[in-house]
Design a protein around this ligand. Sequence first.
Ligand code: BV8
Ligand code: ZN
Length: 271
Amino acid sequence: MVDKAIAEFRAALRSATSVMVLSGAGVSAESGVPTFRGAGGLWRRWSATELATPEAWARDAGLVWEFYDYRRRRMADVQPNPAHHALAAFEARWSAAGRELELVTQNIDGLHEQAGSRAVTRLHGSIWHVRCLRCGAVTPNRDVPITPAYEGAGDPDPHAHARRFTADDLPRCACSGILRPHVVWFGESLAEEDLGRAVAAAERCDALIVVGTSAVVYPAAGLIPLARRSGAVVCEINLSPTPATNGVDYHFCGPAGVVLPELLEGLPEVG
Ligand code: BV8
Ligand code: ZN
């Protein structure tokens, strides 16, 4: 039985020509990727937000790479879950019907693309890409460990023997520059092109689906009130309320892997 609110939002989707999705770490939780602020967001004695910063990198790049190498190792074999697949299948049907879908993600795990989503705007970069500090080249990189020096490293136990890594242990570009994770750290600006595309989508969409985000990180979280102010009908799919909940039209409480397939099933109806 489709509940009344789901039926109402599905009706809004039916009449929408432009739909936007804003996804966060909760979409990947059912794939086994730890969320950012849940229990999985801790590593040794740090929260992810303390290590995902230029200051942490300047203080100890070797430790920051050990943190990212650990997350890459944990993400290396995870697969997209029904939430990712529902969005990719919906995009295929939706664009075949000549309608617009922009998937804006805060996630860096690449699972939306792996599930087949094509119009994906990655606001915070990609853990599977690296960027050279010297020449700026951005290249895909799925080496686990990132360099041989990190073999067996990354133990999240705060009492683990912490190795010191030196500049010689860090990954290098062909130009010999040091490679960093190609992600947006706290205190770093988002790429103008990505943020611009996300803002345009929020201003244009008739319906916005916010799924699996705690809505505390800006400017991403600011896209939600922006879409609402621009006239979109907004729903939020989450396991619990968030700071965005009071400002949306519908809050669907449940796992993304269950609610998204139900919300998008069969849309758009052909004919
Ligand atoms: C910026 C990449 C301009 C790295 C990430 C002081 C100085 C500087 C800036 C600031 C400052 N104070 C505030 C700011 C702004 C700051 C910010 O917003 N801070 C917050 C913490 C207050 N933002 C920035 O710094 C941004 N840049 O503003 O530039 C500027 C420049 C200089 C000076 C000033 C301003 C850059 C932000 C990008 C940071 N990088 N990631 C990496 O990943 O290592 S953000 C990080 O958080 C991840 O990308 C993550 O996606 C994102 C948001 O988290 P969520 O995705 O929402 O995940 P979370 O775990 O929080 O929540 C999961 C949700 O899912 C929960 O609600 C849960 O209930 C739900 N859930 C769980 N399971 C399920 C589920 N839902 C459904 N189904 C399930 N199964
Ligand atoms: Zn280089």
